[in-house]
Each structure stands twice: as C-alpha cells, then as structure tokens.
Design a binder for this molecule. Structure first.
Ligand SMILES: [Zn+2]
Length: 113
C-alpha cells in the first residue's frame, strides 16, 4: 500500500466547520458533558430558580445531569446554591425536587392501564 499521492489535497480535519460543542459540568457529580445533555437551571432576576430549556435565559446558571440523583445530590450538598450564589432554602429545595421528579420520574408506563 502506498501513501496517498502528495500534492493533491492536504489532509483536513473531519469537517472544515467543525461545530464547537460547548461543554459544561454538572454541579453535583462534576461530570463534563455537552451543554445540550445537561439541564440548565437559572436564577432569574426575580430570584426564582427555574429550568431553562433554551439555555439562553438571563441570569446565573447552573447545570445538572438529567438524573434525579444529581439533582438530589446538588441540593443536599449545597452545590446548586453555591453555583447559583444563592440560598436554596427548604421551599426552593422542595420545588426543585418536585421539578426533578416530574422531569426524571421513573417510568410510570407499567402502572398505566
Ligand atoms: Zn451529574
């Protein structure tokens, strides 16, 4: 086998316009993943912590894996509050855990008639 003929085409990276995938790390487990795989939470100017499905909402954001375990962990270890630079009180905690449950609840398909 001979190498490719020289002078024809210089080798290029996979794609000339390789898309840059922004990486973020989960505040609970610290795993680095593409931004799109994580759930962004944002602290709004009104002081509300809410999910930011667009990833573009204004405010301080924090990322968590789409897993209930990480949300629980992030809340229990105060990592979420630290990342958002806010106090996550019991009320907020309850709200976020309920949100996590609604997002990542184990499939209820089996209970369905
Ligand atoms: Zn995680």
């Amino acid at each position: 086998m001979k190498a490719l003929p020289l002078g024809s085409r210089p080798p290029r990276p996979a794609s000339p316009r390789a898309k840059h995938v922004p990486l973020r790390s989960c505040v609970a487990c610290r795993q680095v993943r593409p931004k799109g795989e994580l759930v962004r939470l944002v602290l709004s100017p009104q002081g509300e912590i809410a999910r930011d499905p667009t990833g573009k909402a204004q405010g301080r954001g924090a990322y968590l894996c789409p897993s209930f375990t990480c949300w629980e962990e992030g809340l229990r270890q105060r990592r979420l509050g630290y990342a958002l630079r806010t106090e996550v009180d019991a009320q907020r905690k309850a709200h976020l855990l309920a949100l996590a449950r609604s997002l990542f609840a184990p499939s209820r398909a089996q209970d369905e008639p």
